[in-house]
Ligand binder design. Structure first.
Ligand SMILES: CCCCCCCCCCCC(=O)SCCNC(=O)CCNC(=O)[C@H](O)C(C)(C)COP(=O)(O)OP(=O)(O)OC[C@H]1O[C@@H](n2cnc3c(N)ncnc32)[C@H](O)[C@@H]1OP(=O)(O)O
Length: 189
C-alpha cells in the first residue's frame, strides 16, 4: 500500500545545515558523472542555486535547457525526464539539510507540455522533517522562475548511512571516489 507523502502535523522545520552553501550560491556538482547535474553530454545538466524562503526552510532553484535529444512526443520533453529532474532538484535540496539521503518515493504531476528548445526553472523545498524522513515538494516553470507551472512533485527522502553506498554501489565507482577496497570489504562482510 502506498504511504502518504503529506507532511505530518508534527514534522519539524528543515533549515539548511550551518555548513551548507548560503542563499544565492551555486551548488557544486555532487559527482562528476551524475546524470542530473554533471556536465556530461547525455545528462540533464541542471544548474542549481540556493534560494530564499520566508519560513527559513531549505530551498533550491534549478535551470534545465530542453534539448532535441530529450524528446518523448515529437518536440516535447520526455515525461520521465521531468521526474528525473525533480529527483535531482529535490535530492539537492535535502542535501542542504542532511546527507546522505536517498529517494524513497517520488510523485510527479504533469500539468502542461514542455516544448524542446525552451527552459525549465525548477524549485524544490524541504517542507519538513520527522526523524529520518524528509518531506519535499517541487514545481517546474516554463521559461522563467515565475513562468507557467508545467509540473509539480512531492517526495519522501530518507537519511541513510554511508554504509548504504559502501554495501550497494559498484566497487570500482566507490574506488574512483577514493574509497579503499578494504573499506568496501569491511562494509560487506
Ligand atoms: C561513499 C560515496 C557516497 C556518495 C554519496 C552520494 C549521494 C548521492 C545521493 C543520490 C541519491 C539517489 O540517487 S537515490 C536513488 C533512488 N533511490 C534508491 O535507490 C533507494 C532505494 N531504496 C532503499 O534503499 C530503501 O528502501 C530505503 C533506504 C529508502 C529505505 O530502507 P530502510 O532504510 O530499510 O528503511 P525502512 O525501514 O524500509 O523505512 C523507514 C521508514 O520509511 C518509510 N518508507 C520507506 N520507504 C517508503 C516509501 N517508498 N514510501 C513511503 N514511506 C516509505 C517506512 O514505512 C518507514 O516508516 P516508519 O515505519 O519509520 O514510520
Amino acid at each position: 500500500m502506498a504511504v502518504s507523502l503529506d507532511l505530518p502535523a508534527d514534522a519539524a522545520l528543515a533549515e539548511r545545515h550551518e555548513k551548507a552553501p548560503a542563499v544565492g550560491e551555486r551548488l557544486p556538482v555532487h559527482s562528476a558523472v551524475c546524470f542530473g547535474c554533471a556536465d556530461i553530454p547525455h545528462g540533464l545538466r541542471l544548474a542549481s542555486w540556493v534560494a530564499d524562503d520566508e519560513a527559513g526552510a531549505a530551498v533550491v532553484t534549478s535551470r534545465m535547457e530542453l534539448r532535441p535529444d530529450q524528446q518523448g512526443a515529437p518536440g516535447l520533453l520526455h515525461g520521465g525526464l521531468l521526474t528525473s529532474a525533480f529527483d535531482e532538484v529535490l535530492g539537492s535540496v535535502v542535501a542542504l539539510v542532511t546527507r546522505p539521503c536517498v529517494t524513497a518515493r517520488l510523485e510527479t504531476d504533469f500539468r502542461r507540455p514542455m516544448p524542446i528548445g525552451r527552459t525549465l526553472w525548477l524549485r524544490g523545498r524541504v517542507d519538513g522533517r520527522r526523524g529520518r524522513k524528509l518531506y519535499v515538494s517541487g514545481t517546474a516553470h516554463l521559461d522563467d522562475e515565475h513562468g507557467p507551472v508545467v509540473g509539480t512533485a512531492k517526495a519522501l527522502f530518507l537519511k541513510v548511512e554511508m554504509e548504504h553506498f559502501l554495501k550497494n554501489s559498484r566497487p570500482e565507482d566507490l574506488e574512483a571516489l577514493g574509497v579503499s577496497p578494504e573499506q568496501i570489504r569491511a562494509a560487506r562482510s
